[in-house]
Design a protein around this ligand. Structure first.
Ligand SMILES: Cc1ncc(C[n+]2csc(CCOP(=O)(O)OP(=O)(O)O)c2C)c(N)n1
Length: 431
């Protein structure tokens, strides 16, 4: 006797399937960014800083641009900065790039273990920081060295940290480039992605609770928006109308995962603001004037108790993720050079030149000066020791500075660590 299996319920419906995002180009593919919609510079409206959040929502899909193909500033978002201020912005962005270039070489020379460049993204940190007040608290990720340099933090301190040497203010306890600089209101960088976002919201809420006037600004990569911390931070900020500016630096790649894996195929990252009911702006991240204008707008909104803003800086990661990464294995070769929004330093230099305020000779002279400045910092830092040449910090520092007074269990652990080290490496071995 045969029993016929009952047909599965819904068997004649289409089988369920998942969509797996795939980047537009892989190694060997020709690059064509023709699918990107790039509106003309100056065509975007600029609502009042105190507007209803919904008034900004069309701008979450659009792209705020100021610098046009004619190298001139256009439209209502033009921040109308003086030539001196524009030159300062150019110089700072160029300094970041020169610094990155030298540090990369140091890593290749084996003088430090790790480095991470922000090539092509300099505007998103430098111009944005210049739009904040010095007292505003910065909550960066690891690609925002531009914030620190824009705040005038000494290059020497940065190189000492990269070398984890005896002058390293962080006492060798952080991975190179995970800076911390309380004196310029730059919060400690964490290797754990997106933790800075709830911290920024917390700072902003505390500032408001105290009746203070300082706001917070946080940066995060587009890949990191897939972390729960991103959503926790935005929920708190939206609910309590916290004075915080969130910048999502959409550089298209999270190591080897393209932006599609963080949700970029469905809508823009700025559009997440719509779901939270907060203000949002999508901005050409390679246009330093647009970045400045957007960050200044959001900071002013926060200051006037208009609440948080989510800004997406639309940009491109020109270099590898870090010195440990090889982008040629997952990315088409010409993506960086084919990026249709150009290079932020070249665009600002061209703008100043169009204004009659800059020249090729001045640019060349500036780069030479900046290179000399960076090399001096490196030489001085090298005298304090480089990474890998012995221990520059005593074994005890890893236990210090966590609590005001070291608790008993840390004291015990420290004593044990010192004992074990003495057994393993008796003092005579060091001679
Ligand atoms: C919580 C957590 N998950 C994963 C990692 C490993 N990781 C380090 S950087 C990175 C990519 C981040 O990409 P994105 O946020 O887009 O920033 P970008 O590096 O492009 O500036 C990943 C997955 C980490 N450091 N922390």
């Amino acid at each position: 006797m045969t029993t016929e299996a009952a047909p599965r319920e819904g068997a004649n419906r289409p089988a369920l399937a998942l969509h797996v995002p795939e980047p537009a180009f892989r190694p060997g593919d020709p690059v064509d960014f023709g699918h990107l919609i790039i509106p003309p510079a100056g065509a975007q409206s600029r609502p009042e800083e105190t507007c209803q959040a919904a008034a900004t929502h069309p701008l979450c899909i659009d792209l705020v641009r100021v610098l046009g193909d004619d190298d001139r500033a256009h439209g209502p978002w033009d921040p109308r900065l003086s030539p001196d201020r524009l030159r300062a912005m150019l110089r700072t962005m160029a300094l970041v790039r020169v610094f990155d270039g030298r540090m990369y070489r140091l890593q290749r020379q084996g003088k430090t273990s790790f480095y991470l460049k922000c090539t092509g993204e300099e505007a998103t940190s430098v111009a944005a920081t210049m739009a904040l007040d010095a007292g505003d608290m910065i909550f960066p990720s690891y690609r925002q060295q531009g914030c620190l340099i824009a705040r005038g933090y000494p290059l020497l301190e940065m190189v000492n940290q990269i070398f984890s040497n005896r002058a390293d203010k962080l006492k060798g306890r952080q991975l190179p480039i995970l800076y911390s600089a309380r004196e310029v209101n730059f919060f400690t960088i964490s290797g754990n992605l997106a933790t800075q976002l709830p911290q920024a919201t917390g700072f902003a809420m505390a500032s408001a609770i105290k009746g203070d006037t300082r706001i917070a600004s946080a940066w995060v990569g587009e890949g990191s928006t897939a972390e729960g911390d991103f959503h926790n931070a935005l929920t708190f900020a939206a609910v309590y109308n916290a004075p915080v500016v969130f910048a999502v630096v959409n550089n298209q790649w999270a190591i080897s995962s393209f932006a599609g894996f963080a949700g970029a195929e469905r809508t823009s990252f700025a559009a997440r603001a719509i779901g939270y009911g907060i203000a949002g702006l999508r901005v050409d991240g390679n246009d330093p004037l647009a970045v400045y204008a957007a960050h200044a707008w959001a900071a002013e909104r926060a200051r006037l108790n208009g609440g948080p803003t989510l800004i997406e800086y639309f940009t491109y990661r020109v270099e590898g993720h870090s010195t440990s990464d090889d982008p040629t294995v997952y990315r088409a070769k010409d993506e960086g050079s084919g990026w249709p929004l150009g290079d932020p330093i070249a665009r600002l230099a061209a703008h100043l030149t169009a204004l009659g305020e800059w020249s090729e000779d001045r640019h060349t002279a500036m780069l030479e000066e900046l290179d000399a400045e960076v090399r001096t910092a490196i030489r001085t830092a090298e005298a304090n020791g480089i990474l890998g040449h012995g221990l520059h910090q005593p074994d005890t520092t890893m236990f210090e500075d966590v609590y005001e007074h070291m608790p008993w269990h840390l004291k015990e652990q420290m004593a044990q660590a010192l004992h074990e080290r003495a057994v393993k490496y008796p003092p005579a071995d060091h001679a």
